[in-house]
Design a binder for this molecule. Structure first.
Ligand code: GLY
Ligand code: MN
Ligand code: MN
Length: 442
């Protein structure tokens, strides 16, 4: 399962239509990052580059030239090299870039300084995401200056730089059916990983044992990469939003919060579940958990085309505030507590973000001053949380150190929404059932 060549071609065509004629788009690939001495971090392609090419190698540059008769799509990439390939693995080379990735023309990356200025020359606008890679920014300016230096002999340097992100990211925000298929699969695999962690969990193990179970499920389903480092936080660690140490013992009586999702063909899942280490919620844990779940369900229930981006968050905040008053963690009048943002010590992040190739995916949240309206094909997370700091002496002791987040991946459909991650259990009853000793169902 992956994106077809035809879909990659359609993306390039759509982007070129938005760019207009007499322009050029330049998109560099991601670079390998050194981990230590001769060891690199696993390579992850730049999402914009991959979205337009499906080409998964470093040391490459994609160029689009709308209307160019000799070919509109050019790739610069590493040349084939027997010795280097023996050590570091297969390269497509310029031949493969044309044959397998549909480039109209492809050149060795080492020739880019000679060739690219000639392609920029005569184009009025350069579409490029300036400011992300300072070294590449400088090279772009060098190529443009090469043309400027020849202006007296008739060269025509570009007069305008346009931020490529805006048009490209609007395209990425609306997912095609092939993209949704991948995201559905990534969410399914991730949901199974959460179930596996719930089933394995028992007092005496360590947080990293659960991380190992997540990885096992990801990898054995063909996802060798996670979408972000998994968070496995038990007890007080559940109140640290981006806890990734994952090295504390799992204690009877504590909750454990797992925020983990795999990446499939560069598409992310992002799921959080919180469950009792012992398999049974205590009274206070159950009450706060149910409140967080009520907020999440109410927020999801509001998702439909035409709804402003901010609505699920507003609903979650209202539900949580009301519930915290009822349980005695907040004191005062509902209206004034909402106005003061009194929930913030317990709920300090927003209810979601766009999800796609990047876990915090691209796309504007506002159009001008207004929150944008949801449209079919947009994918967002819904992830309210309630975190009672262990040091919060303003609330009864029984609440302290409880950290809960419940996060699902939701696609806006024509008549509402679909929860991509629905396979991961989240009601108190379902979680307790799945963790009950002797439960063998998968
Ligand atoms: N896993 C990162 C987030 O939930 O936003
Ligand atoms: Mn998230
Ligand atoms: Mn998450």
């Amino acid at each position: 399962m992956s994106i077809s060549k035809r879909e990659f071609a359609r993306r390039r065509k759509d982007l070129m239509a938005l760019m207009g004629s007499n322009s050029i788009a330049i998109v560099p690939a991601a670079q390998l990052q050194v981990r230590n001495r001769d060891v690199d971090y696993p390579f992850r392609q730049d999402s914009d580059f991959y979205y337009l090419s499906g080409f998964d190698e470093p040391e490459a540059v994609l160029v689009l030239l709308p209307g160019r008769r000799q070919g509109q799509y050019i790739l610069f990439c590493q040349e084939r090299d027997k010795d280097k390939e023996l050590w570091h693995g297969y390269r497509a080379g310029p031949e493969g870039a044309c044959a397998d990735y549909a480039a109209d023309d492809a050149f060795p990356i080492g020739d880019i300084d000679e060739i690219l200025p000639g392609l920029i020359e005569g184009r009025d606008r350069v579409h490029y995401a300036m400011g992300k890679a300072p070294e590449f920014d400088r090279r772009i300016m060098d190529w443009v200056n090469t043309i400027r230096s020849k202006a007296r002999s008739g060269a025509h340097p570009p007069g305008e730089f346009v931020d490529l992100d805006h048009s490209l990211h609007e395209m990425r925000l609306l997912k095609s059916s092939a993209e949704l298929k991948l995201m559905r699969r990534a969410a399914k695999i991730s949901a199974r990983a959460h179930i596996r962690a719930m089933r394995t969990c028992t007092p005496g193990l360590n947080e990293y044992h659960l991380e190992a179970e997540l990885q096992h499920e990801f990898m054995s389903n063909g996802c060798r990469k996670w979408a972000y480092p998994p968070i496995v936080g038990s007890g007080d660690n559940g109140c640290i939003l981006h806890y990734i140490e994952n090295n504390s013992p799992l204690k009877d009586g504590d909750l454990v919060l797992i925020d983990a999702g795999c990446e499939l063909d560069c598409y992310a899942a992002d799921i959080t579940r919180t469950f009792p280490v012992s398999g049974r919620f205590s009274g206070p844990q159950r009450q706060l958990y149910q409140l967080c779940l009520d907020a999440q369900l109410a927020a999801i229930n509001a998702i439909a085309p035409g709804v402003p981006w901010s609505l699920p968050h507003d609903i979650a905040v209202k539900t949580i505030t009301r519930g915290l008053i009822k349980l005695g963690l907040l004191k005062g009048q509902y209206r004034s507590l909402i106005e003061k943002g009194a929930y913030q010590p317990f709920y300090m992040h927003r209810t979601g973000h766009w999800l796609g190739m990047d876990v915090h995916d691209v796309g504007d949240y506002k159009i001008g001053e207004q929150w944008r309206e949801l449209e079919p094909g947009m994918v967002l997370t819904v992830e309210p949380g309630i975190y009672v700091s262990p040091g919060n002496t303003r609330v009864a002791k029984k609440w302290r150190g409880i950290g809960i987040r419940i996060e699902d991946d939701v696609v806006v459909t024509r008549d509402g929404c679909e929860v991509l991650s629905a396979d991961a259990p989240k009601t108190v009853e379902d979680i307790e059932a799945i963790m009950a000793p002797g439960d063998a169902a998968v």
